[in-house]
Design a binder for this molecule. Structure first.
Ligand code: ATP
Length: 615
């Protein structure tokens, strides 16, 4: 039995997985599910047994004392079973509604935080992620519901067997008739389930679109364009169209369910009617006692309920197990890099390391053409390299390959002569301090955002020094709470907002604090004012002292303080050399430099370079 055609996880393994999650989170949940099965059958059984006992006692003419004792015992049993059931339901509902969902959310978040960045970024993984999120979002999400549905199924099966036994003892024909009609119901329900399953992928895609539009409309980053370009009507219209498509698809499934339920009701009516008629016939012809009549009469009504319950809960279980496959498929996406034991990193005295790229190529997941190909490069320890090139040439891609966020699709990168894939991924990351174009601040204070450590592990003197070097110290000193000022207003109401340039300075301070042997800066001054930018250039030698540095910039004048300039174009390193060499080559670099310098006053670039001691 598998949950979906071709699904990687069998129904059985999903059940075991779900049980394990619940057992680890709160063993009492599964114990309560087991209790719910027994009490769920026992409670109604005692209810239908009671009238028989009352009638049997009356017809047998027992003494009032005996009568009160037997009926009183039954009433007491009913009260105890009711209380146990309420308690078991309470625990199960609480666990399913909270613990199970939180457990899944936590597992997914941890997966998110630990997985390879390359996989995290891939569109295929994002789609899997959305499906998994949908499977665990609501309080009564089917995936979290598995133990409860299993217990309901078991309860229905047990009820079916117990009540069936009672009916069989009276007349086996009744049970044959009841089971046959249930078979017809099963077929109707299977059809409904098949429709639900066949349209699942399609419905999931539409749901994904709805999800995306809703999420995007909430993001303040897009909010400016939405307002200034008057996009609300357009986005509202797109949302409406997708919503209509979703409603239509969901409606089909709901109609299938409704038909199945309708057929269940009609068949139940015919089935029970015929069985009751047969019972009345038996009673009227003295082939059954009044007590047994009352018992079996009630048992037939309840028996129908158990049958319908088996059909309903098994169908729901299959759906829950499919949803569980979505969650597990997401959690089981493998990492490409080495997360286990790795090659020992070079010792301190061997740092910064030599890095070599041999015939490196990279094609993004689901892309047709490689972004980079045939890249050969030797980066000497302590070298200062500038990377320039047109937009979309692959500069950021190249540095992501260097610092291990991407794995080359061809070729080999070595660090201190060792293939970088042999190092443990996180060990390897420790060698790089980076500032990327898109800066992310964490909901922590300024010091924590720089040290990326807890307050007791943060070196506040070092934080101050890094703030000073990145040019943010004056701003921080001017704040009431200094470096203890919180960031990210969405989380902390007393947090402050930093400007784009200030965020860039903070990211630089963070990179300096990490103090790794290789520092990689992707347009770190793009948002800085000219004075702040000039200060960074002046301090570049100090900022990168004792480290290898790789610096991406579109301001070509600023790259002159590097030992070597690489021009990335056409998927490879098109030009490589010092500023003077590239200028005298008269290639693309020279062309780009001349176009840019055209906008400066004659001689200014050279003067600036001199003033900065860079020429
Ligand atoms: N996550 C991604 N998935 C697929 N393609 C991508 C992804 N990121 C970048 N690309 C593509 O790879 C190419 C190189 O992108 P990259 O960001 O490396 O360029 P760049 O040289 O840094 O550009 P810029 O100067 O504009 O920052 C681009 O054509 C881009 O569309």
């Amino acid at each position: 039995m598998s949950t979906e055609k071709g699904a990687a996880y069998s129904a059985w393994s999903n059940m075991v997985y779900s049980m394990r999650v619940h057992w680890r989170a709160r063993p009492l949940t599964l114990i309560c599910c087991g209790i719910a099965v027994l009490v769920g059958v026992g409670l109604p059984f005692v209810s239908i047994l009671m009238p028989k006992i009352v009638i049997d006692n009356i017809t047998a003419g027992v003494t009032p004392g005996k009568f009160i004792l037997s009926v009183g015992m039954m009433a007491l049993l009913l009260a105890v079973l009711s209380s146990v059931k309420s308690y078991a339901d309470l625990i199960t509902n609480d666990s399913v509604g909270t613990i199970s969902i939180f457990k899944h959310l936590q597992t997914t978040m941890i997966k998110h935080l630990n997985m390879d960045y390359e996989v995290l970024e891939s569109p295929g993984y994002a789609k899997k992620g959305e499906k998994a999120w949908r499977a665990m979002q609501s309080n009564h999400s089917p995936a979290s519901n598995i133990p409860r549905v299993i217990s309901q199924l078991l309860m229905n099966v047990l009820g079916f067997l117990t009540y069936g036994l009672v009916i069989v003892t009276v007349h086996p024909l009744i049970i044959v008739f009841l089971v046959l009609s249930a078979g017809i119901n099963w077929m109707a329900l299977t059809r409904a389930r098949k429709l639900e399953k066949d349209t699942r992928e399609e419905r999931s895609k539409v749901q994904g679109k709805l999800w995306y539009i809703q999420k995007a409309s909430k993001e303040p980053s897009g909010g400016k364009d939405v307002r200034l370009y008057n996009l609300n009507g357009l986005i509202g219209g797109i949302f409406q169209n997708v919503l209509n498509s979703s409603t239509e698809k969901e409606h089909k499934v709901a109609t299938g369910d409704m038909k199945a339920q309708l057929s269940d009701s009609v068949l139940s009516l015919i089935r029970d009617g015929a069985a009751y008629a047969f019972l009345i016939y038996l009673l009227l012809n003295d082939k059954m006692t009044l007590g047994n009549f009352v018992l079996v009469f009630a048992a037939i009504g309840a028996f129908s309920g158990w049958l319908s319950g088996i059909l309903r809960s098994s169908s729901e279980l299959m759906r829950s197990l499919s949803e569980m496959s979505d969650i597990r498929e997401y959690l089981d996406v493998p990492d490409n890099s080495n997360t286990g034991a790795g090659h020992k990193l070079p010792s301190e005295d061997m740092l910064p390391p030599a890095i070599t790229l041999r015939n490196i190529g990279y094609t993004y997941p689901e892309a047709k053409e490689p972004t980079l190909h045939g890249i050969d490069l030797d980066i000497k320890p302590g070298e200062r390299i500038a990377i320039v090139g047109p937009n979309g040439a692959g500069k950021t891609t190249l540095i992501k390959l260097l610092c291990g966020l991407y794995k080359p699709t061809s070729g080999e990168i070595t660090l201190s002569g060792v293939d970088t894939t042999l190092y443990n991924r996180d060990d390897y990351f420790s060698l790089f301090s980076t500032v990327f174009q898109d800066i992310h601040l964490f909901c922590n204070d300024i010091a924590g955002n720089i040290s990326q450590q807890s307050p007791d592990q943060t070196d506040y003197e070092k934080v101050k020094k890094c703030l000073e070097m990145s040019g943010l110290l004056d701003k921080v000193n001017g704040l009431d709470k200094g470096e203890s000022t919180l960031l990210v207003r969405r989380v902390h109401s007393d947090a402050i907002e930093l400007s784009g340039g200030e965020m860039q300075k903070l990211a630089l301070a963070r990179a300096l604090y990490k103090d790794a042997p290789v520092i990689i800066l992707d347009e770190p001054t793009a948002a800085l004012d000219p004075i702040a930018e000039s200060e960074i250039y002046q301090r570049y030698a100090e900022l990168t002292a004792g480290r290898t540095s790789i610096y991406i910039s579109h301001r070509l004048a600023s790259t002159r303080f590097c030992d070597r300039i690489l021009l990335v174009d056409g998927g490879g390193i098109a030009e490589c050399g010092t500023h003077d060499e590239l200028m005298s080559n008269g290639g693309k670099y020279a062309e780009m430099f001349n176009v840019q310098s055209h906008y400066y006053k004659d001689g200014e670039v050279a003067d600036n370079a001199e003033a900065l001691n860079l020429a």
